[in-house]
Write a new protein. Structure first.
Length: 165
């Protein structure tokens, strides 16, 4: 559950929190700028690993540090929530490309416009359901995957969380 993830991170100690949307996007932006993360140098453009390619993922950051399992297997709660009326449009039950969004409603959530799921960058899902308040869930299958279909009190084994400080 989203709120349990928040409380668990805060319980670790001073300064700990559930990873924020800005922190996640900063890490993602860093990852796409490091050449070693391109898994297919033969194909033109960036090709990132997805969860369908590996059970464990490792990305190298620009400072040389590595981050593990940011994508795939288990998606992760992010600190942000959104109301149903705040969802990007169109509302869709299925995963779809960021370039298919017609109204971002002021949100800055997407990868650079020239990337798509063809690059292993990820997709978005809003879910056409009755959940009024939804939590942000990132990294289900790819780096910029964003699932906005889950209620903040969803508790399923495919959604975990990451704490930051």
């Amino acid at each position: 559950k989203h709120y349990e993830a928040i409380l668990t991170c805060q319980g670790i100690g001073d300064g700990y929190h559930l990873i924020s949307e800005n922190e996640w996007l900063t890490i993602a932006e860093n990852i796409i700028r490091v050449a070693e993360n391109d898994i297919d140098e033969e194909t033109e453009g960036l090709q990132l690993a997805t969860s369908t390619m590996a059970t464990t993922t490792e990305f190298i950051l620009s400072n040389g540090n590595k981050i593990f399992n940011l994508i795939g297997g288990i998606a992760e709660w992010i600190d942000q929530t959104i109301t149903k009326t705040g969802l990007v449009e169109p509302i869709n039950e299925n995963w779809y490309e960021y370039y298919e969004i017609t109204d971002y409603k002021g949100m800055s959530i997407a990868p650079p416009y020239y990337y798509s799921s063809e690059n292993g960058i990820g997709q978005i899902k809003t879910g056409d359901n009755n959940n009024e308040i939804r939590g942000f869930v990132r990294g289900a299958n790819a780096l910029y995957d964003l699932d906005l279909s889950n209620s903040f009190d969803t508790a399923i084994p495919t959604i975990g969380f990451r704490c930051a400080r």
